[in-house]
Ligand binder design. Sequence first.
Ligand code: 5GP
Length: 177
Amino acid sequence: MEKGNLEVMISYNEILDRVKLLADAINRDFAGEELLVIGVLKGAWIFMADLVKYIDLPMEISFISVSSYSGARTTSSGVVRLLCDVDRPVERKNVIVVEDIIDTGLTINYLKKILSVRNPNSLKVCSLLDKPSRRLADINPDYCGFSIPDEFVVGYGLDYNGYYRNLRDICKLKLSN
Ligand code: 5GP
């Protein structure tokens, strides 16, 4: 594993407080409705697990897997590939796509395009993190945990080259040369 310096940017306690507020907002906005919550693998798995525990609505859960970074890179390749599709029908569902981070916006733009043609009743995006300064696509999350500066972060599900996903906090990663 490549060694890097880690510095805590957002602690687990701060994350959890914010996750509960996001769940409250979803509970309010979709009161009386059912949801299909779709997690974007692999980065969103821990966020999604915490978030759904605080959503008190009937829901189906599914996952979708895409790839936009290849290997040991810290910037997006700009080419989004669908690796594994959802296993639930999307038609007439209130879909919430749960993302770890929106950076250029190309991934979420692609996901919204392929899901919207399946005629959901509604389609919202809930992202834990947002790096608005790097946006290329004209898209913003409907629910956002934290807006962060242009730093490469790992932990709480986010990786660098497959590692660090298990860190409890969200940390800045500085690679040592
Ligand atoms: P976008 O298509 O918006 O540029 O990138 C979205 C994806 O890039 C995210 O789902 C995530 O997998 C990855 N990504 C973007 N910024 C970061 C970052 O700071 N750290 C990590 N680990 N992944 C990132």
